[in-house]
Design a protein around this ligand. Structure first.
Ligand code: F6P
Length: 326
């Protein structure tokens, strides 16, 4: 196995707060260890169209506090084709890049897995997504910031919900994963969370109503995870209007506000630790693994495991929410 001398770094898929902190950490740790760094713009698209430039430490100055990604990001259809990946590989070779660090979510790491296998290129992934849906890491870069953004919004909505004595369904992101909804609901003191992981098992609305979710309360907040499986917040509001017309119902869809903003301390530290670990992994000869942090320890998670879409919801958290919402 030849020694890595020059790494390419890219961000891909939905942006997440803390991606810049990760770019900074990977760049600086690489330079510290004598590696050259090239920044690839617009995710895999930039690898195909050769939008690549050399990075020095100054390129990543003053970005740790910024949301979004200075490298920009994209969801690239062309990279899902063998022809697109061959163009990407040819550009990599021409640029002298011999390993890649990919910061992104499930789709981005799936792309990395296929590319690494096809061309025998060392690839290291950093879990960058607000959804927290990658197996093998306690949290993903951006998740904590998004959770805090949700809290900010829910705290405000609570003021108007209480004043008008309304039932609010608040839809949060998560792409078919309930982590933001469940932990957001616990932290916001909401009455319930409707999450895809439980939607096939029970009618969560029926359960909510039959548990007498309002009891002594005159207003209520329910967080709903966006997903075709749950049907989203509008679906539940429509149902309540029909089935329980006594409730004054409103819907709030938080949307992309959840993806922006200054990363929290948690996300900056996570991204910094993971960025340094990505370079350690490459220098140790690791390839095709995602960096995770479990119980405060860095771990290497094979791509095949990380992207299997089976990070489980902790049922204890479901119980915590239920018991505290009486
Ligand atoms: O994966 C991050 C995420 O924000 C998901 O929660 C959401 O489903 C999706 O991206 C939205 O993607 P887009 O910005 O492309 O509409």
């Amino acid at each position: 196995m030849s020694k890595v001398k020059c790494i390419g770094i890219l961000t891909s898929g939905g942006d997440a707060p803390g991606m810049n902190a990760a770019i900074r950490a990977v760049t600086r740790a690489a330079i510290c260890n004598g590696l050259a760094v090239k920044g690839i713009y617009r995710g895999y698209k930039g690898l195909i169209t050769n939008e690549i430039s050399e990075f020095q430490t100054q390129n990543v100055s003053n970005i740790i506090q910024q949301g979004g990604t200075i490298l920009k990001t994209a969801r690239c259809k062309e990279f899902t084709t063998p022809e697109g990946r061959k163009l990407a590989y040819d550009n990599m070779q021409a640029q002298g890049i011999d390993a890649l660090v990919i910061i992104g979510g499930d789709g981005s790491l799936t792309g990395a897995r296929i590319f690494a296998q096809e061309f025998d290129v060392p690839c290291i992934g950093l879990p960058g997504t607000i959804d927290n849906d990658l197996y093998g890491t306690d949290t993903t870069i951006g998740y904590d910031t998004a959770l805090n953004t949700i809290l900010d919004a829910v705290d405000k909505i609570r003021d108007t919900a209480t004043s008008h004595e309304r039932l609010f369904f608040i839809e949060v992101m998560g792409r078919d994963a309930g982590f933001l909804a469940l932990n957001g609901a616990i932290a916001a003191g909401a009455e319930a969370a409707i999450i895809p992981e439980l939607s096939t098992e029970v009618d969560q609305l029926q359960e909510l109503i039959s548990n007498g979710f309002r009891k002594s309360k005159s207003s209520s907040i329910v967080l709903v995870a966006e997903s075709e499986i749950t049907g989203g917040a509008m679906h539940y509001a429509e149902r309540v209007k029909k089935e329980f017309p006594q409730y004054d119902v409103r819907v709030s869809i938080l949307g992309h506000v959840q993806r922006g903003g200054r990363p929290t301390a948690h996300d900056r530290i996570l991204a910094s630790r993971m960025g340094v670990a990505a370079i350690d992994a490459l220098l140790e000869g690791q390839r095709n693994v995602m960096i995770g942090i479990q119980n405060n320890e860095v771990v290497y998670v094979p791509f095949t495991r990380a992207i299997k879409n089976d990070k489980p919801i902790d049922m204890n958290l479901v119980r915590v929410l239920r018991e505290l919402s009486i």
